[in-house]
Design a protein around this ligand. Structure first.
Ligand SMILES: [Zn+2]
Length: 293
């Protein structure tokens, strides 16, 4: 029998609450496609944490990670995305985990900017190589600001999340979605907690699974993978269940409903113990509850 979703304290580590009003015309158009009917609601959602909480309550979700990052060139998001998300999450600090970003090419002092984010209550720093125009290991090729960011996150205990896999937004460089670049990062910053978003989908699942097995400081966030196909994408997922995190990528293109995704996940052939690890306990290790003051 499939367990009821209400028996879990679910953390969805990957949803998008972002200042969509800042999107450049191309990405805005791509974001809106297929969501025309709900667009006004979604735009309202980006301004109203109370509305988000009502969605979470209806969906049986306890906490969510609010993905934000700086991508002036491709998406249009600037440093103001950090103040946006910090303010949004402050309304419900136990349930909303604000994620922010520093762009090494736009920051005058990356380490100080990481400190500033920590001071604002940001819980994770997102790196989106395909939208920030450099590979995740670009510090091995001269991008010193990126090493400074990783080093400071490691020192401050701030986890990072790195997008892996393709991206459909105009201007995005999908070639930098290959998870193998995290091999360098995981080795060079051994105490940095690295969340590998999307498991390299739909092109690089083998690489992603290798990185996950190889490095104890890497976590897999399954967002963006259709839950019913999860074991097709990662047949040996159960072996690594203690470092797999639940995520949906809602309301990104193709992800319609938080609750439906969870219900589908619960029908996948995994043990109850592994379901609980993925939906609840792993995220509590990475983001302890009550650790938000
Ligand atoms: Zn995402």
């Amino acid at each position: 029998m499939t367990p009821s979703l209400d028996t879990f304290r679910i953390t969805d580590v990957h949803i998008h609450i972002q200042p969509w009003k800042d999107l450049k015309p191309g990405p805005l158009e791509a974001m809106r496609r297929g969501k025309e009917k709900h667009w006004d609601f979604l735009m309202q959602l980006m301004e109203d944490p109370k509305l988000l909480i009502s969605v979470l309550d209806k969906s049986g979700v306890w906490r969510v990670g609010l993905v934000n990052y700086v991508s002036p060139d491709v998406m249009g998001f600037t440093d103001s995305t950090n103040t946006f998300v910090a303010k949004y999450a402050a309304a419900y600090p136990e349930r909303l985990l604000p994620y922010g970003g520093v762009h090494p090419n736009y920051s005058k002092n990356p380490a100080a900017d990481v400190d500033r984010l920590v001071g604002m209550g940001i819980r994770l720093l997102k790196i989106h190589p395909s939208h920030m125009m450099f590979p995740a290991n670009a510090y091995t090729d001269g991008l010193a600001g990126l090493a400074a960011i990783y080093k400071q996150c490691e020192a401050r205990g701030l986890p990072i999340m790195v997008h892996t896999g393709t991206s459909i937004f105009p201007g995005a460089r999908s070639k930098w979605g290959n998870p193998m670049e995290l091999d360098d990062v995981a080795i060079d910053f051994p105490d940095l907690q690295i969340v590998m978003a999307h498991g390299g989908r739909p092109l690089w699942m083998d690489e992603a699974f290798f990185i996950l097995r190889r490095h104890k400081n890497v976590w897999l966030d399954v967002s963006g993978i259709p839950p019913l196909k999860l074991l097709e994408y990662f047949p040996r997922l159960a072996e690594m269940a203690d470092r797999v995190l639940w995520g949906t990528d809602w309301p990104s293109p193709g992800v319609k409903d938080l609750r439906q995704n969870i219900e589908q996940f619960l029908s996948v052939a995994l043990s109850d113990e592994h379901r609980r690890a993925i939906l609840e306990s792993n995220a509590l290790r990475l983001f302890p509850a009550g650790d938000f003051a």
